[in-house]
Design a protein around this ligand. Structure first.
Ligand code: GDP
Length: 314
């Protein structure tokens, strides 16, 4: 996967504002690209196998293809967070989608994660969802979001956030809520905005490997999975690596299985290059924050700060 065609996007939303529906639609529409059909069919075999083995992922993490681009969606917990989970997840992202209900506007749970995203200096795209609702009030919602950014001291360039309007339920996205929906609509404006406003991941393929685990997933078949971004270098199956841990220890490990995401499925791959988000299996003691790195030049990434839980709006 070419680095310049990768986009790693965190999705931030209050519960019920439509995160699951939006991600499903993005995946569904990407599946309709004609050029992808052959690949999709080939993948079906392994996907069916994976389904049987129960390795379908449950979180809203996943990737989809948009033209030449691979868009990785990174789910963020929307609730007040205990133990730095949000920071760790946001480390994998190069930008964020802030999803807001077109009637309700931003809610307290949105505020918490947005604050972290801004602290990480991530560019933010605002997605006003559920514009099909009769009581939708898009302009008011965008004003409310703007006020929230001001309250959070967002820098000027971020205050000028791009906005896209969606009905995830009906499967369309618009750059202007007054536009007519043509031919049943498409989700392309969301993907266009991601490609345009969110940078490709930084990092160098020529540097020694650094892959940091940002989140843990479980699969009945594969066991414990470490999900993270290849920050520098390349990760390949059976390549000698060391794991650098919290206590400063460094230990050689063997990575036997690497998966990338294709929509909501995991697909086994032999290698992953700089900027890719992958899941690694076969290490039952993998924990969040560890770095997989080069035995000849080990470079553990700094651990992720853990903030005390925040529950207030101020
Ligand atoms: P999540 O909690 O953010 O993942 O939200 P869901 O995707 O589960 O959606 C919550 C509810 O809102 C469900 O009943 C969806 O059908 C509904 N919903 C999601 N998107 C839209 C939309 O664009 N329009 C309308 N009217 N309802 C929507």
């Amino acid at each position: 996967m070419q680095q310049r065609f990768i986009r790693n996007v965190a999705i931030i939303a209050h519960v019920d504002h439509g995160k699951t529906t939006l991600v499903d639609q993005l995946f569904k529409h990407s599946g309709m690209f004609r050029e992808n059909q052959a690949v999709a069919e080939r993948l079906m075999d392994s996907m069916d196998l994976e389904r049987e083995r129960g390795i379908t992922i449950t979180a809203k993490n996943g990737s989809y293809r948009y033209g030449d681009y691979w868009i990785n969606i990174i789910d963020t917990p929307g609730h007040a967070d205990f133990g730095g989970q949000v920071e760790r997840v946001l480390r994998m992202a190069d930008g964020a989608l802030l999803l807001v209900d077109a009637q309700e506007g931003p809610m307290p749970q949105t505020y918490f994660v947005l604050k972290k995203a801004l602290a990480n200096r991530l560019p933010v795209i605002v997605v006003v969802n559920k514009i099909d609702k009769p009581a939708a009030r898009c302009e008011w919602v965008v004003d409310q979001v703007f006020d929230l950014f001001v309250k959070l001291n967002a820098p000027d360039e971020i205050l000028d956030f791009p906005v896209v309007y969606t009905s995830a339920k009906q499967g369309y996205a618009l750059n202007d809520p007054a536009e007519a929906v043509v031919d049943g609509g498409s989700m392309a404006p969301v993907s266009e905005m991601i490609v345009k406003h969110i940078p490709a991941p930084a990092g160098s393929p020529d540097m020694p490997l650094q892959m940091q685990v940002g989140t843990i997933d479980y699969s009945p078949y594969l066991g414990r999975l470490g999900i993270g971004k290849v920050v520098n270098g390349t990760l390949a199956i059976n390549q000698p690596v060391v794991v650098a841990r919290r206590d400063g220890s460094i230990r050689p490990v063997r990575i036997s299985k690497i998966f990338h995401f294709d929509r909501d499925q995991k697909i086994a791959v032999d290698r992953a290059s700089t900027g890719e988000i992958v899941a690694i299996a076969g290490m039952e003691d993998v924990t969040v924050g560890v770095t997989f790195t080069d035995p000849d030049d080990p470079r553990p990434l700094p651990l992720i700060d853990i903030d005390p839980p925040t529950i207030s709006m101020d």
